[in-house]
Design a protein around this ligand. Structure first.
Ligand code: S3P
Length: 171
C-alpha cells in the first residue's frame, strides 16, 4: 500500500523543494512541487500568473491543486510558501498527509533566494525588508504546525533525515 503523503510547508527559501526531493529519495516515494503543478495548469510561470492575472488568480489555482491532494497517496509534497494563508488549505493539507513546516533564519532565506527572479513577492527593491515583513505577518501560521524543522544550518539530506525522525509514529 502506498504510504501517506508527507507535506512540506514553510516560507520561501526554507528548502522545501530540495529537502522534499532528498526525503522522497530516502523514503522511496514520489516528489511533487505544487507550484510546478500550478504552472502546468496555467500554462505559464508563477511570475507571469502574478503579473498577468494577479495574486488572487494564483491563490485560486493553488487552492484547487491543494484540494486535489486528498485523493493521492505516496507523495512527498512541497507546497508554496503562501499556502498557509488560507485556513481551508491548512485543513486540506492536514487531511491529505503529515505536514512538516520548515523554518529558517532571515540570513539563510536571503542566501537561498538571492538573485532569484522567479518569486514575484520578492521581486521589489528591498527583498530583505519584504522577507522580514512577510515572515512577521505569517509567523503564527507557520508556528501552528507541531512538526517543525529549522533548516538554517542543514543541507537538504540532513533535513530529510530529521524529518524522517519526526515521521515515526505518524502513519
Ligand atoms: C509564495 C511562495 C512561492 C510561490 C509564490 C508565492 C508565497 O513558493 O508559491 O511565489 O506567498 O510565499 P516557494 O515557497 O516555493 O518559493
Amino acid at each position: 500500500m502506498l504510504r501517506k503523503n508527507v507535506i512540506l510547508v514553510g516560507f520561501m527559501g526554507t528548502g522545501k523543494s530540495a529537502a522534499g526531493r532528498a526525503l522522497a529519495k530516502l523514503l522511496r516515494m514520489r516528489f511533487v512541487d505544487l507550484d510546478r503543478i500550478v504552472e502546468l495548469r496555467a500554462g505559464k510561470t508563477i511570475a507571469r500568473i502574478f503579473a498577468e492575472d494577479g495574486e488572487p488568480a494564483f491563490r485560486a489555482l493553488e487552492r484547487q491543486v491543494v484540494a486535489e491532494l486528498a485523493t493521492r497517496r505516496g507523495f512527498v509534497v512541497a507546497a508554496g510558501g503562501g499556502v498557509v494563508l488560507d485556513p481551508h488549505n491548512v485543513e486540506a493539507l492536514n487531511r491529505a498527509g503529515t505536514v512538516v513546516c520548515l523554518t529558517a533564519s532571515v540570513d539563510a532565506i536571503m542566501a537561498r533566494v538571492a538573485g532569484d527572479t522567479t518569486r514575484p513577492l520578492l521581486a521589489g527593491e528591498r527583498p530583505r525588508e519584504r522577507v522580514e515583513e512577510l515572515l512577521a505577518a505569517r509567523k503564527s501560521l507557520y508556528e501552528s504546525f507541531a512538526r517543525r524543522v529549522d533548516t538554517s544550518a542543514l543541507p537538504p539530506r540532513e533535513v530529510a533525515r530529521v524529518i524522517c525522525g519526526l515521521l515515526e509514529g505518524a502513519d
